[in-house]
Design a protein around this ligand. Structure first.
Ligand code: SF4
Ligand code: SF4
Length: 281
């Protein structure tokens, strides 16, 4: 059975436009708020957070650091400063609580691009494309660390689309605009959810934090499922849904797969109210 071209129509009828897009709107607000917090200091002189997604300080006191960048830094043989380690532990602990890949869907600016490409792909009914292996992101992550260790520089950070886009939104992209455009076109024309869902090493790293995360999506109302497939159509990682929804091999209703991004889109589009956020227990 193929996924529907206009998922969420029934949900909109039942819950209204706002109710059927609640988590999407909250996510976009969170992504915008993250950018606004970083922009606030340079624009107004009132510094809530100083730095960028790689490393920053909250109220000039609490250090925050991307644990994947810390790992790359360690791979170069550099002894990291204690503030960087504390900052990385804070961020890692946070995502272990809320879901590792919540970083991808609630914070990362690239997600706005790739969600846009996925939406357009659905509307244009582009179904063919490259079938990539979803484990490529883990090989990519290993490759990043190996290249970093060999070269002794944070090579990935020179081309990391997350860093480039975040920096570019404040200081201009220059020629780096080609990278986000290439990702958008790749996702739209060549591979469904190709970048975030298959290739991005950052997503691969954060998914590992999600292995133990507390906050999970639950398919508690799975008995009500009408098999409309709307959730599969909008989910950036549709392979995570079936085990919990169908109870395969006696599985419980909790989506425990590390690559669920906790985006909440399945909750939005399901007219039967099958899904909700909850804990893994
Ligand atoms: S859980 Fe079932 S009813 Fe709900 S969107 Fe998915 S397929 Fe449709
Ligand atoms: S299962 Fe739901 S919350 Fe998880 S990635 Fe898919 S749509 Fe998002």
């Amino acid at each position: 059975m193929s996924t529907p071209k206009h998922p969420g129509v029934l949900s909109k009828k039942k819950k209204g436009r706002l109710g059927a897009n609640r988590w999407l709107l909250l996510r976009r607000s969170c992504q915008a708020l993250t950018l606004a917090l970083f922009a606030c200091g340079p624009l107004t002189g009132f510094w809530i957070i100083k730095g960028n997604l790689a490393a920053s300080r909250l109220f000039d006191t609490v250090p925050l650091a991307d644990p994947f960048i810390l790992l790359q830094s360690l791979a170069t043989g550099t002894i990291a400063a204690s503030t960087a380690i504390i900052g990385a532990l804070i961020i890692a602990g946070f995502y272990m609580l809320v879901g590792g890949r919540a970083y991808c869907s609630w914070v990362c600016p690239v997600n706005i691009l790739t969600d846009g490409a996925a939406w357009l792909r659905l509307r244009l009914d582009i179904r063919e494309g490259l079938q990539l292996d979803r484990t490529l992101r883990y090989w990519g992550m290993v490759l990043v660390l190996v290249v970093t260790a060999i070269t002794g520089i944070l090579a990935w950070e020179l081309i990391n689309p997350v860093t480039l886009l975040h920096r570019g939104l404040f200081f201009g992209l220059g020629l780096a605009w080609t990278i986000p455009v290439a990702i958008f076109c790749f996702d739209l024309f060549m591979s469904k959810r190709g970048w975030c869902g298959h290739l991005c090493p950052v997503g691969g790293f954060y998914s590992l934090l999600g292995l133990v995360s507390l906050i999970r999506v639950r398919a508690e109302g799975r008995d009500r499922c009408s098999n409309c497939l709307d959730c599969y159509a909008v989910c950036p990682e549709p392979q995570v849904i079936s085990p919990a929804l169908k109870g395969k091999d006696g599985r419980g209703p909790v989506i425990t797969e590390a690559n669920c991004t906790n985006c909440g889109r399945c909750i939005d589009v399901c007219a039967e109210g099958v899904f909700s956020f909850g804990s893994r227990f």
